[in-house]
Design a protein around this ligand. Sequence first.
Ligand code: SAM
Length: 233
Amino acid sequence: PPLHKQRHQFVIDFIKKYKTKKVMDLGCSECTLLKRLKFHREIEHLVGVDINGAKVKKKMHALAPLSTDYLQPGFEQLCVELYQGSVTEPDARLRGFHLAVSIELIEHLLLPDVERFSEVLFGYMAPVHVIISTPNSEFNPLFPGLTGFRHPDHKFEWTRAQFQSWAQRVCVDFEYEVEITGVGLPPGGGLKQFGFCSQIAVFHRLKGGFNISPDERSQGETSYTLLQSINMC
Ligand code: SAM
């Protein structure tokens, strides 16, 4: 399957394994992953955030329930919210989730914004699990004719060592542990030399018992704009 599907499948497999009920997709773009997630009965609350509201709106109608969706077991307890906002800004409505996913987002941020994002995500939203994916620049020589970055909007592309050092610093600063893996194997072998095409860090919060009350969520700061709220719960 194409790489973007492999990244999304990685997230789906994780959700099935950990049974995470409240999931947010940061940098959800055209809601492709959210659309796949809405049929996973483990999930009760789905949130998408993107700085580009027009992109989110383009296909978000596909997240609204069809009459046939109600035939899916467990579907009626799903609640979906879509926001326009920058993941470098805190918003209390995104605290206390089980899983935050951010697929191919960080490389679109300037490095000082990556620092802000790390603080907001791990320090303030503080989800139990986090999945972050980003290109592995060591894989780039395998793309024929590629000279610069994989996409003109990328602000950086990290080697495995650079990604690992960012991830380990996050763990020390915010009390998480991390495993690094990836998707997209090099053609004809060479995983050791080139690594995966997309590198993926999976974080788990070390300290338990941190729970955000509904009051803290409703009375805290709000910097995102609600675009759509679909309530089946
Ligand atoms: N996660 C998507 C997926 O798996 O299909 C793809 C993400 S796309 C490559 C990067 C997205 O990040 C874009 O939709 C862009 O608008 C969004 N983005 C860039 N900077 C952002 C920010 N500061 N806050 C939120 N979203 C941002």
